[in-house]
Write a protein that binds this ligand. Sequence first.
Ligand code: HEC
Ligand code: HEC
Length: 331
Amino acid sequence: MVKRRLLIAAATFIAAAACSVASAPVPAPEVARFDWQLPRGFPIPLTEPDNIQTPTKFALGRRLFYDRRLSANGTQSCGDCHQQSHAFSDGKTVAVGSTGQQHTRNAMTLTNAGYNASYTWDSTKVRSLAQQALVPMFNTHPIELGVAGHEKEIVARFRSDDALFRAAFPGQRRPVSIRNIARALAAFERALISGNSPYDRLVYGDDSNAISPAAWRGMRLFFSKRAGCSECHQGFNFSSESRYAGHSKTKPVLVRNGVTEGAFRVPTLRNVELTAPYMHDGSIATIDDVIQRYVVARKLSLDASDRADLAEFLRSLTDRDFVTDARFAAP
Ligand code: HEC
Ligand code: HEC
């Protein structure tokens, strides 16, 4: 019954979103195709029909992502809470907004975010990156970027970038808008694809020396019944089931891992070495502590060397190219 009600709520929400999309100006046909530079074995991310992926939109989104003019008081950008060196998280227990207010949640990694079926730790309703971008902009509990009530002023700040918006949204009369800011941000985030870790070199590159013997043992454990990690951290992204071009019908799911209280989306474990502290509330400091907490909560029989192997495997999911890739850095 509860599930049914949730489904209806979600369906209404999506229908409302679809309506607003229908009234938006139709974008001009795509001229230049986007070069995703996909890692081996990775699918093409899903794009919304009203927000096709183009190089100009990506470039604008990248600029906006790092632009502090997007916060009302000019002190914070998306990139302040989502830092490339931390795989686009921020290293803090919980995030702190532009006016100093504390968030209740840990800033999420944006690693492969384009594949997620829903956004934020525990919402099943935020279904697209463009929709999600409005959350930190307009959130008032707590204030993050503090855009609410300052929309006109903030849009006016970006009029000087009119040419970039025109290039990204050809054929629109007034391309500088909150909606297009959100779309461009989504285009940047969708391209934040990470798949060149030692694990990937082993699995997709057939390089059997890519990971250490300890990481091999940890990998077997990770996928075993005994540890059970892959029951939830699944597929190429070690997360809830992914969406991508040609596979879009995935339903968002929230699950309890037993370690924390409440139900949450299963986060990716890619680059997990760089995204400490862990969980929705940033309550666990290290990978070793996370594993120890799973052992207790899920009554796993893993001895000290098993736990060390598992940690070693999680560290083999770190993609150093991703956190140094100039395409994703501040322009
Ligand atoms: C004050 C710090 C802060 C700022 C600024 C911020 N974020 Fe976040 N971000 C967070 C936190 C905290 C979460 C988790 C929110 C939740 O679960 O409720 C999050 C979650 C996300 C997610 C969800 C990822 C996923 O896999 O579900 C995306 C995408 C995202 N942010 C993009 C952005 C963009 C784009 C901007 C700029 C418009 C931005 N963020 C600005 C802290 C921040
Ligand atoms: C029943 C599903 C489930 C199983 C089994 C599971 N996880 Fe998780 N995992 C989750 C969920 C849900 C979260 C997010 C919980 C939260 O934020 O409070 C999570 C979070 C994590 C995190 C923190 C990620 C971050 O970005 O903060 C790590 C690390 C992790 N799990 C590793 C493991 C390992 C290792 C195993 C096997 C021992 C495992 N998980 C088994 C569902 C699961």
